[in-house]
Design a protein around this ligand. Structure first.
Ligand SMILES: Nc1ncnc2c1ncn2[C@@H]1O[C@H](COP(=O)(O)OP(=O)(O)OP(=O)(O)O)[C@@H](O)[C@H]1O
Ligand SMILES: [Mg+2]
Length: 240
């Protein structure tokens, strides 16, 4: 486990009667951005939800910083410092940006220096601080979802497809924001946008049909046409 913040060892997850993860192995180094790529239905979201305790692994182990979290409750996993930003973002539309943010704090109060940094990272959140979240654009909602995950310092942030449906200019802002976030924590990022993932990732794992079919350095995948031909066909939006 040396140097690793998270390890999945032979993880099998069932959803209802379906066997979805077929023995997933994953090592996530501490610090930086680490990416899981894979086509629609490959098991990316299921992997993140299994780590967070939202699905339960039937077999195998999920180890976070020497804690066996395989059978822990979601709230206990969160308390250890793991946050999850789901694909649908989990933003409460009827609440203001401020209220959404406050709910993500441990005791309902903000560390003002930290809040200031988060608002500098995502300026629209400051502009729309007292507006209801349903009035935000898709990109701004995504910023709010990520801001909620980092308003308190976390050890590990699991993020599911943050660039989905976002305009290129916002994706560029997101790259800057993620670099800053990754300077203080570890990010496990599920992506289908290879340009975004390639710009940020240190390591990459490719999942297909509930199994990891490739592990390596992101730089190696970005530079190798041969590896891309072999694995990015497994990631639908890779060629965009
Ligand atoms: N609630 C569920 N009930 C039944 N099957 C499910 C459920 N959720 C996911 N699955 C199935 O599990 C498999 C993996 O789904 P998962 O959501 O992990 O894929 P994904 O890699 O995140 O795909 P996408 O890129 O489309 O988000 C798929 O075949 C999916 O149909
Ligand atoms: Mg998914």
């Amino acid at each position: 486990m040396s140097g690793m913040i998270l390890r999945l060892d032979d993880v099998h997850t069932d959803i209802a009667q379906y066997h979805i993860l077929h023995g997933v192995h994953l090592d996530v180094p501490e610090g930086g951005v680490h990416v899981i790529l894979g086509r629609n239905g490959a098991g990316k979201t299921t992997t993140l939800r299994t780590i967070m305790g939202l699905w339960r692994a039937r077999k195998g182990a999920v180890i976070f910083k020497h804690h066996d979290i395989t059978r822990m409750h979601v709230s206990d996993i969160a308390r250890l410092g793991v946050a999850f930003v789901p694909e649908n973002m989990g933003v409460f539309g009827g609440l203001t940006v401020a209220e959404n943010m406050r709910l993500a704090t441990r005791d309902g109060s903000f560390d003002t220096a930290r809040l200031d940094r988060v608002q500098t990272l995502f300026p629209p959140l400051k502009t729309f601080w007292d507006k209801q979240a349903h009035a935000l654009s898709g990109g701004q909602k995504q910023m709010l979802a990520i801001a909620r995950a980092i308003i308190e310092r976390r050890e590990l942030i699991l993020i599911d497809e943050p660039t989905k449906g976002l305009a290129p200019a916002i994706i560029r802002d997101m790259i800057v924001a993620f670099r800053e976030i990754a300077a203080e924590t570890t990010v496990l990022l599920v992506e289908q946008n290879f340009r975004f993932a390639g710009a940020l990732g240190q390591t990459v794992a490719v999942i297909d049909d509930g199994r990891m079919v490739h592990h390596g350095q992101m730089a190696e995948l970005v530079e190798s046409q041969k590896l891309q031909d072999r694995y990015l066909g497994l990631s639908m939006a890779a060629a965009e």
